[in-house]
Design a protein around this ligand. Structure first.
Ligand code: PAP
Length: 354
């Protein structure tokens, strides 16, 4: 007989925890996690979706094969129904905690380098958080269920999503919209997610352990997970449609930043000229978007998102490769090695520096 999965064995335990955390006032939660203003359609759907313990909010729900928090579901459905992609759109896609904030800043600086010379006083990246410059479809633009009317936005529109490939709005798949996918090794992604969730969960009295959340991660029960399906679907698309999907890795950008930024620029058809290279524009962009620079800006140290109600500083922790080594036990490492081997087999994809 098959051993009961961690999900089954912990279900009873989860329900008890959910009851405890749901007693906390929703007013203490970040705005985007408050469930009280969900549409009736969304509430109805939630009542029939499979449910598990959430990382930040009480619950995660399984929708179209991936796990999602209730409030985000509304934004997902709305953008799936209403978003009309344009051929010139550029959409950044990531698993949460794969370096989204960093790549948003790089994309914005790169695409707008003529309009906003790098490091010029009042450059938007020096006074705004990258999430406000490259808005998320499901967290931001469609979060309240309404069509935000993006028709007047300047082209190219820079947007982002955490949606798995198969759940992207049809228009995105059918158009010439470019997708920039950023992947990070699962160990650091998990640790980053663990810290992020702890930060936002501080308001609840919760005693979730790292081992428990690690087991959920391995089972695929993590926002927008399973992690593997997310990464592998975009990996395959990047091989099949190299002009539509660019697959980048956090670790590669860390190790060869110039090379990867130039790759990104070429993919987006805005390569650096020799003149720009001689003037040091590539280095300037990398410096402006570095962890050191962004995390020390006033907006990112003390600012807060008005739309999603989260302090920007939670998006900047360490920004390093290999922090997982400070947390993983030998058992966790062996378990993840085994899963990685199984999941990536035959795909040609390899996680770096793990
Ligand atoms: P999101 O998917 O919720 O938007 P995301 O930006 O992907 O979050 O995750 C934040 C991670 O990116 C943090 O990683 P850590 O927890 O391992 O430290 C954060 O430190 C890292 N990060 C943010 N900005 C940068 C940057 N400029 N360079 C490198 N890493 C960064």
């Amino acid at each position: 007989m098959r051993k009961p999965s961690i999900i089954q064995t912990r279900r009873k335990h989860s329900i008890l925890k959910i009851m405890t955390t749901s007693q906390t006032s929703p007013l203490l939660l970040p705005k985007y996690l408050q469930e009280d203003d969900l549409s009736e359609e969304c509430k109805k759907l939630l009542s029939v979706l499979p449910k598990e313990k959430g990382w930040i909010e009480s619950n995660l729900y399984k929708y179209q094969g991936f796990w999602i928090e209730s409030r985000i579901l509304q934004g997902v459905i709305s953008c799936q129904q209403q978003f009309q992609a344009q051929d010139s759109d550029i959409i950044l896609v990531t698993n949460p905690k794969s370096g989204t904030t960093w790549l948003k800043s790089l994309l914005f600086a790169l695409i707008n380098r003529k309009k906003y010379p790098i490091f010029e006083q009042n450059h938007p990246l020096l006074v705004k958080n990258p999430h406000d410059l490259v808005p998320s479809l499901e967290f931001r633009l469609y979060a309240d269920g309404h069509d935000p009317n993006l028709s007047s936005s300047t082209s190219p529109r820079l947007l982002s999503t955490h949606l798995p490939f198969t759940s992207l709005p049809n228009f995105v798949q059918d158009s010439r919209t470019k997708l920039v996918y950023l992947c990070r090794n699962p160990r650091d992604t998990f640790i980053s997610m663990w810290h992020f969730a702890n930060n936002l969960r501080l308001h609840h009295k919760d005693t979730t352990t790292i081992e428990e959340m690690f087991d959920f991660f391995c089972e695929g029960v993590v926002p927008f997970g399973p992690f593997w399906n997310h990464v592998l679907d975009y990996w395959k698309q990047s091989i099949e449609k190299p002009n539509k999907v660019l697959f980048l890795m956090y670790e590669e950008i860390k190790v060869q930043p110039k090379l990867q930024l130039k790759r990104l620029a070429e993919f987006l058809k805005c390569p650096f000229s020799i003149e720009e290279e001689n003037q040091g524009v590539v280095d300037q962009i990398l410096r402006m978007c570095s962890f050191e620079n962004l995390s020390n800006l006033e907006v990112n140290k003390n600012g807060k998102s008005s739309s999603i109600g989260i302090e920007y500083k939670v998006f900047f922790r360490k920004g390093e490769i290999g922090d997982w080594k400070n947390y993983f036990t030998k058992e966790m490492s062996a378990k993840l090695n085994h899963i990685i081997e199984q999941k990536l087999e035959g795909s040609g994809l390899r996680f770096l520096y793990i």
